[in-house]
Ligand binder design. Structure first.
Ligand SMILES: NC(=O)c1ccc[n+]([C@@H]2O[C@H](COP(=O)([O-])OP(=O)(O)OC[C@H]3O[C@@H](n4cnc5c(N)ncnc54)[C@H](O)[C@@H]3O)[C@@H](O)[C@H]2O)c1
Length: 281
């Protein structure tokens, strides 16, 4: 090992800042591979067996990658993630990709993983940021499809609250479906990025959300199968196809680079023009 920490025969890059990719599924791995040129990558996921294998595959491809088990709904696991980031020298970038789709889970689990988990991971990692750090929260076009009632908006401000799913469900009654949980979780996530820009900015750091439209992933394919409305959305997409994961990674690469150094507290829609088309009626 030299005095910076390079180890002969490995792809260790101690000279690079650390990126945490929370949620190392299909899209998370495409993101991780893309930013590995500029960051050491720490993959955090509830499925540690798959994630260890993914980290090993990335190392074999020349990336500096490691894995950590983290259930984002478990406060102790989230604290342990922050401890690991501290031991690895602090945060360069957070890419929060962990998410459950409406066909995969119920109301409570979706709010817990998609929104509460995102807010808690951001909260514990904020003290590990430095000037130039960035958080990118992977949201969805779904966040743009509806404006929640003032009562729900007020509840969603408390994005890290443990009783948020109960309070939302009580307020919504029989409208508390998985589909609504997905929409509200992503709406809440985009608002969280806007609201937290001041706290991150005070440390010279940025926080943004990135809202993809229809992406060709296994999660996306499941939604095509289970929710009939998705076909109509596909047909309305001006570019007349799904987004590839590589195209989402293009946007992420920009947002995590110095080229995006004045972009904070906002959302980037990567939807092939679908939102514009839907709001035109
Ligand atoms: N696929 C699409 O069409 C599409 C479109 C728009 C937005 N998105 C968003 O992109 C994100 C990723 O989607 P994907 O296609 O990669 O899905 P995916 O299911 O492949 O990946 C999600 C990952 O989150 C992890 N995860 C689930 N619960 C967790 C928990 N409690 N703690 C830690 N990790 C947990 C899973 O293990 C998985 O690795 C989601 O937030 C989704 O809402 C997807």
């Amino acid at each position: 090992m030299d005095n910076i920490g390079h180890i002969i025969g490995t792809s260790a890059r101690p000279d690079l800042p650390l990126a945490v990719v929370a949620g190392a599924g299909a899209l998370g791995m495409a993101m991780a591979r893309r930013i590995a040129q500029n960051y050491r990558v720490l993959l955090a996921d509830i499925d540690i067996t798959r994630t260890e294998a993914n980290a090993a595959a990335m190392r074999a491809e020349g990336c500096d990658a490691a894995a950590i088990a983290c259930d984002v709904t478990d406060p102790d696991a989230v604290m342990a993630l922050a401890g690991e980031v501290g031991r690895r020298g602090g945060l360069g970038a957070l890419v929060y990709v962990a998410g459950l789709s409406p066909s995969a889970a119920g109301f409570e689990a979706i709010i817990r993983v998609n929104l509460i988990g995102a807010a808690r991971v951001c909260e514990v990692l904020l003290p590990h940021t430095c000037p130039g750090s960035v958080a990118v929260l992977i949201s969805s076009l779904a966040a743009h499809g509806l404006t929640p009632s003032p009562e729900l908006q007020e509840l969603l401000r408390d994005a890290a609250a443990d009783d948020l799913p109960d309070r939302l469900a009580t307020a919504m009654g029989d409208k508390a479906t998985s589909q609504m949980a997905y929409v509200l979780s992503k709406w809440g996530m985009n608002q969280y990025a806007r609201r937290e820009a001041a706290a991150w900015g005070a440390r010279g750091a940025r926080i943004v959300s990135l809202s993809p439209g229809l992406i060709a992933t296994p999660m996306g394919a499941l939604e095509f199968e289970k929710s009939p409305g998705k076909k109509a959305m596909y047909e309305k997409t001006p570019l007349q196809r799904e987004c590839t994961m590589l195209e989402v990674a293009d946007a992420l690469e920009f947002l995590t680079s110095a080229r995006a150094s004045f972009i904070s507290g906002t959302d980037l829609l990567v939807d092939g023009g679908l939102h514009a088309m839907m709001s035109e009626g």
